[in-house]
Design a protein around this ligand. Sequence first.
Ligand SMILES: *Cc1c(COP(=O)(O)O)cnc(C)c1O
Length: 224
Amino acid sequence: MPQSTPESAAERLAAINDRIARAARRIGAGKAPDLVAVSKTFDPEAIVPLLEVGHRVFGENRVQEAQVKWPALKAQYPDIMLHFIGPLQTNKARDAVALFDCIESVDREKLARVLSEEMQRQGRRLPCFVQVNIGAEPQKAGIAVAETKDFVARCRTVHGLEVVGLMCIPPAELPAGPFFAQLAALAEQAGVQKLSMGMSADFETAVLMGATQVRVGSALFGER
Ligand SMILES: *Cc1c(COP(=O)(O)O)cnc(C)c1O
């Protein structure tokens, strides 16, 4: 796994938090968005310095990798909030519900049903985001824009999931701003409050468009 030096990770965290706060102030946001530190591919040695300076919200995109890294860290820092941000196979739903504190990538009916069954079985009601395929890219996960409102409603009423917001990953080759604006409009239509959008390259734009959380990996931990 790639390494980043501990000192610089904490410094980068402070710099990114500062940029988020500045962007939030520019739009008069009362509260700065949360930073989800995306630690995929990085070892606990790269993560611990952020925990030591008080950061608690992290994102991982593979269940198996997270199972290796996070139980020991969670035992040491019980207030960690671990977000699942990757494609989730239904046969991994049980492990995901047991380990994670938020599922950001609910993108199809079957997954919604299986997650709901697991949450009931384990007595863990996790907040969820519906992932939207905002650029209608065939290779990307996510519910279609036109189906988002109905899907959010079904997740809530049919499956009983606590859907708190929408998440998206815009097309890499286009300016992200218009996609973020569209996700914000969709969230309003669907009746959800939170917006998970913005990564290392575009998190300030996302904050200006109303993100309530940004997901930053390489700008924080280094290149993967
Ligand atoms: C890897 C990843 C990120 C972080 O991407 P960076 O460009 O490294 O900041 C954010 N969201 C998702 C869903 C990811 O898989």
